[in-house]
Ligand binder design. Sequence first.
Ligand SMILES: [Fe+2]
Ligand SMILES: [Fe+2]
Length: 476
Amino acid sequence: MSTIDYSEKIPNNVDLANDRTLQRALEHWQPRFLEWWKELGPNDFANSDVYLRTAVGVDAQGWAHYGTVKMPDYRWGIFLADPIADRTIGFGDSFGQPVWRQVPGEFRSQFRRLIVTQGDTEPASVEQQHRLGHTCPSLYDLRNLFQINVEEGRHLWAMVYILHAYFGRDGREEAEELLARHSGDVDKPRILGTFNEPIEDWLSFFCFCYFTDRDGKFQLKSLAESSFDPLARTCRFMLTEEAHHMFVGETGLGRIVRRTLGVMKEVGNEGPEAIRRRGAVDLPLLQRYLNFWFSSSLDLFGSEVSSNAATTFANGIKGRPDETTQYQDHVCADSSFEIEVPDGKGGVITDTSPMRNAMNEVLRDAYIRDCEIGLKRWNMQIKRAGYNFELKLPSNRFRRAIGAWANIPTDLEGRPIGREEYDRSLPGWLPSASDRDYVKSLMQRVVEPGKMAAWIAPPERGVNNLPVDYEYVRLN
Ligand SMILES: [Fe+2]
Ligand SMILES: [Fe+2]
C-alpha cells in the first residue's frame, strides 16, 4: 500500500516531490483554490471546529483519520488508488492490450473534455451548497454537509492533478477555468444543467446527494474502467469518498420519511395540512422533490443514442460501470440495444441502436436501478407503519431536456400527453412555489448537540462510533 505524504505542502501519494515542475504548477494553483473556497465554500464557518475524516491511505481498510479541524486547514491532497499489476484494457477496440500511462495524442481532446466535465461538477456542488450551513437541522447533519464539501473540494484537486500532470499548458488553463465558472452564474455557468440548480433547502440537499451525486458515482465508475491508468486510479479512490455522499442522501431522505410517519401516527391523519401543521414534510411533497431531482439528474447521462459515447467506448476512454464483472462482451462491436423513442405522432416506437452508440443509455439504466434501492427501503418503512402510500421514480421520459424525449410532454408514467395537459398537471408533479415556501419555512437552524429539527428523525447512529449527541461542529 502506498502511504500519503503529509509533510508536503500538498499531501500526495504520487511522489510529487520528485517532479519539481508539476509541484510548482500545483503550488501555484493552491492559493487560488483556497481563495475560491473562502469566497464560495461553506459560508461563514471558517472558524468552526468540525469533526472530519481525512484520507491517510488509499486501501479499503482504515483509509481515513477522524479529527477536529477548521475547514480552511483541511489537507486537500492528491490520492490515487494503488496500481493493479499488469492491468490490461478492459473494453473497446484495444481490449486486452496493456493500459496507458500517458494520454495517447489522438485521444487527448476526448479525454480532456471528459475530465473537465467531471471536474466542473465538484466545485459546482460546493457552490450550490454554499449557504446551507445556516439552516442545518442538527450538528450531525451540519458536519456531514461539511464533510461532503471538503471532499468535493478534494475531487476537484483529483481532476486538476490529472490536468496539470498530463495535459500541459491546456491542462493548466482548464484548471484555472474550473475556478472561474460558477454555479448559476449568468455569464459563466457550470457546464452541466443540474449543477446550476440552486440548493436552498435541506430537502433539496438530500435529494441532490441521493440523485445527483449518484450520477457522479456512475460517471466515476465508468472512468475508473478507463485505459488511461492514472485517471482510472484517481477515480477509484474518489469512489471511496463518494460512498459517504450517497449515504448522506439515502439516510437523510429515510429520516424525513421516518419523522413524517411518526407525525402521521401522532395526529391520526395523513392529510398534508395536518402534517404541515406539525412542521413535517408530507409524503406527496417529498414525491414532488424526488420527481424534480431525479428527472434533472437523468439528463446528466446525455442522449440515448450518441456517436460520442460510441467513440469513447471504442477508444477505451470510458467504459461501463463494473465492466469486468457485469458484462461478457467487452468489445460490443456487433451487438445492439433497443430504445423506446417518440414516434413523432404522440406515440412510442422501439428503435434499435448499435450497442456502442447506446452506452449512455446503458449507464442511465444502471443508474436508475441503483436509484430504486432507496425507494424500496423507504416504501418498506411506509408499509410497515401501516400506510398505503408508495414513493415512485417517474419514468425516464418525464421532463427530459436532453435526448430523444427532450421537450416531449409526458405524464409521470412516461405516456405522451398534450402540451396543455402537461402544463396544467406540472404543478402537481413538481414542487410548487408554495411547496418551496413551506420547505423554506422549515429551515430553522438547530445547533444544540443531539437536537433535531422537527421535520427529520435522528440518525440511527453517530459518526465513527460517536454518539448522535456528540458536538460534531463547534461553531465558535
Ligand atoms: Fe465528487
Ligand atoms: Fe459527491
